[in-house]
Design a protein around this ligand. Sequence first.
Ligand SMILES: O=C(CCC1CCCC1)NO
Ligand SMILES: [Zn+2]
Length: 370
Amino acid sequence: MATGYLYHELFGWHDTGTNAGLFPADHRAGIQPFQHFENAETKRRIHELVVVSGVIDRLTRLEPRKATDEEILLVHTEEHLARIEAGSEQPKGGDSGDGLSPFGPGGIEIGRLAAGGMIEATAAVVEGRVDNAYALIRPPGHHAEPDTGMGFCMFGNLAIAARAVRRTHGVERIAVLDWDVHHGNGTQKTFWEDPDTLTISLHQDRVFPPDSGHVTERGAGAGLGYAVNVPLPPGTGTGGYLSAFDRVVAPAIDRFRPDLILVASGFDANATDPLSRQALTSSSYRAMTERLLDLAATHCDGRLAMSHEGGYNPVYVPFCGLAVIEALAGVTDPLSDPYEPIFGGMAGLDLQPHQTAVLDRVVPLLDDIH
Ligand SMILES: O=C(CCC1CCCC1)NO
Ligand SMILES: [Zn+2]
């Protein structure tokens, strides 16, 4: 099993400043200076754990490149690209569109490297140079819509890669699973009317963007039914997520019969994340990855590429990221997660009736996937 792995130190230099988590420090509002929630630490620490654990030696290292204007414009408007270019030329950088997504001077170059990195990882999988791949990239992308960035996202890295390999390699049917705890609104909007791109988002109900990711958001026109949303209640643990996988994700992908599976892989559904209220552990992510590998083997010769998104606890996210990469690489002696007994031992992590009730609403909708 050849697993591609893409990371570059420049991703750690994407500068989100001291926006005190989300907002600029302002003593009048009682906001003290502190680093932005989306900072380099979790990504850098995932990479260091991949190296120190020795898993790096079982991976095929892939190198990022900068996405071209043409590639970015496969998804985004000229106006959005111009906004990022203009901000990037400012002495202190700019923002991707919602005031919550800052970047430093020259920041567009790192944004291009993130999008180009996911293109390279996806192309390596499609060309068979590797069986699957993980693109540990930054800034994230799944909230970026065609006309704006948001939620820390500058460009829709995964969406750009999907359209890029469709154009260069003729990949037709692409299934996208977003397991970041926040709704994958950007990817969904990009492919809203596209029956050849199935978007499935597993997220905490209405956590971000506000009032987004409802079961009733299903696509439009020819794409109706090819957007699937599973808004899980706060506190959902492994039981709820794996039931969502077995009752929604797997049947949807089985019906869709993809040529490629892409994942918007955020780890902010972990039990310790500051920006959500779910309860997953590293073993949850390993189990989901193993299920995806089975689906990819069944439908598309194992072709599976993952694009890093959120995840904000620098202590625990590295163990979740390592578990996914170990599973992709078929590591049979994975590193033991010391926090699993604590975070995985809490009450209520098995499937709950109110979680089943959400899945019961989604399952019948899958009949519209052909
Ligand atoms: O991890 C993220 C960013 C979510 C935050 C954006 C503003 C408040 C919550 N999206 O996947
Ligand atoms: Zn997120």
